[in-house]
Design a protein around this ligand. Structure first.
Ligand SMILES: [Zn+2]
Length: 337
């Protein structure tokens, strides 16, 4: 099958055409977070023929994801496969010509610049503001366009950020919202069409950026609520802040320079993530005995009373059933030494 045949309907779309399709084939996109939005975004980019895609996610597939996270199956949840690995495997079957890199890791100050480097566009598929603001700092610093997207309930919004041309996320939101301040999918639920609408908005902007049609990139925030049928359009031109700590005259990149916290409380899940320097999954599996629930090349999961822990190959451990970092650390010390 030739590329012309595979992408014929996209090539026929005049703003892309043969030249645009060739550019997509040479392009590299990075998707940060492979939950509902990230999975939908990655699938569209791979089907559209983007040449190289990097998928980054720190989590594993769970049964409650399948309602909206379109790349995953029951088998992925049973095996607790990392989302980046499960997504990459599904997407390679969709388009074998796309070079797909799966990164099972947590995006943080120490690695975000390396993770976005070399990308022509970065698309936001994550579920929290600290990660989005890190992404914003790394992309603005490296002058990489990125597309913010978020959805909860039946509501969603998206904004394209062109460093040096549009306001950045920090211009729009000077202070990071506190924990529990914004609604999340765990507190307010979410319906699949809200995900697909926002992913569509994000990928449309990403395609414009990747084919080099920067003039067509939308300079407004779009938001809609699919249940009430409302749509908002907010012109962002006046929002660019010359004193912005990220894109202003004297950038300070506050999060990139602040370093990483060792423990992260995961939103709405009674779960805390602890970072260990490394993991030896084989040895851990041997030691767990009857506590072992799941073991594969990427994760080992075990149960201790009301608490469940999942250790990843990169050294992270997510402890579920704890209320804070102190309890999670105590749990890890008890089992991992
Ligand atoms: Zn800014």
């Amino acid at each position: 099958m030739t590329n012309d045949e595979r992408y014929s309907r996209q090539i026929r779309f005049a703003p892309i055409g043969t030249a645009g399709q060739a550019r997509l084939g040479m392009a590299k996109a990075t998707v940060i977070g492979c939950g509902a939005l990230g999975a939908a975004v990655a699938e569209q980019l791979v089907r559209a023929g983007v040449g190289r895609i990097r998928l980054i996610d720190r989590d594993y597939v769970e049964l409650s994801n399948l309602q909206r996270q379109s790349l995953y199956t029951e088998a992925d949840a049973e095996q607790a496969l990392p989302k980046a690995v499960a997504a990459a495997s599904r997407l390679r079957a969709v388009n074998s010509r796309c070079e797909i890199e799966a990164v099972v890791d947590d995006v943080r100050a120490a690695n975000v610049e390396k993770l976005v480097s070399g990308s022509d566009v970065v698309v936001d598929g994550c579920d929290n503001f600290p990660t989005r603001h890190l992404m914003n700092e790394a992309c603005v610093r490296a002058q990489i366009p990125w597309v913010y997207g978020a959805c909860v309930g039946s509501y969603g919004l998206s904004v394209a950020i062109l460093p040096g041309q549009t306001p950045c996320l920090r211009c729009l939101q000077d202070e990071l919202p506190g924990a529990g301040e914004s609604p999340t999918c765990d507190t307010s639920g979410i319906i699949p069409p809200a995900v697909q609408v926002v992913a569509g908005w994000q990928v449309a902007e990403a395609l414009k950026i990747l084919v080099g049609n920067i003039a067509a990139v939308r300079r407004v925030l779009w938001a809609s609520d699919l249940w009430t049928g409302t749509f908002q359009r907010l012109d962002l031109a006046a929002w660019r802040d010359p004193a912005c700590a990220v894109c202003g005259m004297t950038p300070r990149y506050p999060l990139l320079t602040a370093g990483d916290a060792a423990a992260v409380v995961l939103c709405g899940r009674d779960a805390v993530q602890i970072r260990r320097p490394s993991a030896h999954l084989g040895q851990l599996r041997e030691r767990l005995g009857s506590a072992l629930l799941i073991a594969n090349d990427y994760v080992v999961r075990w149960r201790d009373g009301e608490q469940t822990a999942t250790c990843f190959c990169d050294g992270r451990v997510i402890v579920q059933g704890v209320q804070n970092a102190v309890q999670a650390r105590a749990f890890c010390d008890r089992w991992l030494g």
